[in-house]
Design a binder for this molecule. Structure first.
Ligand code: PEP
Length: 251
C-alpha cells in the first residue's frame, strides 16, 4: 500500500486574519488535488474556526500546532483535543522541538498528548529530532529512538495506524540549514526500523514519516524523492504562497 504523502505548513505564531485569508485563498486557487497527497495547514488555534470556514469544500485540510493531554478542566491557556475535534482538525502537531525546548515538554508529555488526540480521532504528527550537539556527539539515533519508543509505550495497538512522525533535526529548523536528502533518508529508515521494532513491519511500512527543517521550493523535490520520506513539515516557507505552492507542486 502506498503511503500518503503529507505536505504540512506550520504557521507557528504568525499571520493575522487578513494575511491568513489571503494565503488560504491563494492556496485554494493554486493547488490541485492529487492521488496520495494531502496538504494541511497549521494556524494558531484562535484562527482555526476562520480557516475551517475558508477551507470548507477544499481538499486542503488543517490541524493544530499543539493540544492538551487533558480533555477539559482547570488548565488555563491550554487547548482541548475535544475542542480541536469540534473545529474539524484532522491533525495536530505534537512535541514540536519548540514545544520541547521552550515549553519543557518531555517524552512522557508528548506521549500523553498523542494518546489524548487519538482518543478523539485526531491524528498526531509526532515530531522527533536531535540538536547539533547530540548529532556531533553521536547520540542522535538514541535520542530519536527513545522519543519514538515513549510514544508507542503509551498507546493501544488500534491507535498505531493513525500516527504520523516528522523528523525535524533541531539544527535545521529556521536556520536555513537543511539536512541533505541522504541524511534525512538515513534517519527516516532508522525511524521506520524503530516502528517495526516497537510494533510490526506492516505498521512500519504504512506510517508516513515527514521531514522538516528549512524545506523550500528549491530543495523540496530532492527531499520528497527519497524512498523513506513521505512528506514535509514546512515552517517559514509555508507563509509564502509562491514557495509553499512550489513545495506542493514538487510532489
Ligand atoms: C518547523 O517549524 O517545523 C520547521 C521545519 O520550520 P522551518 O521550515 O522554518 O525550518
Amino acid at each position: 500500500m502506498a503511503r500518503t504523502t503529507i505536505i504540512a505548513g506550520n504557521w507557528k505564531m504568525n499571520l493575522l486574519p487578513d494575511d491568513a485569508w489571503e494565503l488560504v485563498a491563494g492556496l485554494k486557487e493554486e493547488l490541485v488535488l492529487k492521488a496520495n497527497l494531502e496538504v494541511a495547514v497549521f494556524p494558531q488555534s484562535p484562527l482555526l474556526p476562520l480557516v475551517s470556514g475558508w477551507l470548507d469544500g477544499s481538499f486542503i485540510t488543517y490541524g493544530a500546532q499543539n493540544s492538551s493531554q487533558h480533555d477539559s478542566g482547570a488548565f488555563t491557556g491550554e487547548v482541548s483535543p475535544l475542542l480541536l475535534r469540534t473545529l474539524g482538525c484532522k491533525y495536530s502537531l505534537v512535541g514540536h522541538s519548540e514545544r520541547r525546548e521552550l515549553f519543557g515538554e518531555t517524552n512522557e508529555t508528548v506521549a500523553a498528548k498523542a494518546k489524548a488526540l487519538l482518543a478523539v480521532g485526531i491524528k498526531p504528527i509526532v515530531c522527533v529530532g536531535e540538536s547539533l550537539e547530540e548529532r556531533e556527539a553521536g547520540s542522535h539515533i538514541e535520542k530519536i529512538t527513545n522519543q519514538i519508543k515513549a510514544v508507542f509505550a503509551s498507546l493501544e495497538p488500534e491507535d498505531y495506524k493513525d500516527l504520523v512522525f516528522a523528523y525535524e533535526p533541531i539544527w535545521a529548523i529556521g536556520t536555513g540549514k537543511t539536512a541533505t536528502a541522504d541524511q534525512a533518508n538515513e534517519i527516516h529508515k532508522v525511524i521506520r526500523g524503530q516502528i517495526k521494532e516497537s510494533v510490526c513491519e506492516q505498521i512500519a511500512n504504512s506510517t508516513s514519516i515527514l521531514y522538516g527543517g528549512s524545506v523550500k521550493g528549491s530543495n523540496a523535490k530532492e527531499i520528497l524523492g527519497q524512498s523513506d520520506v513521505d512528506g514535509v513539515l514546512v515552517g517559514g516557507a509555508s507563509l509564502q504562497l509562491e514557495d509553499f505552492t512550489k513545495i506542493v507542486q514538487s510532489f
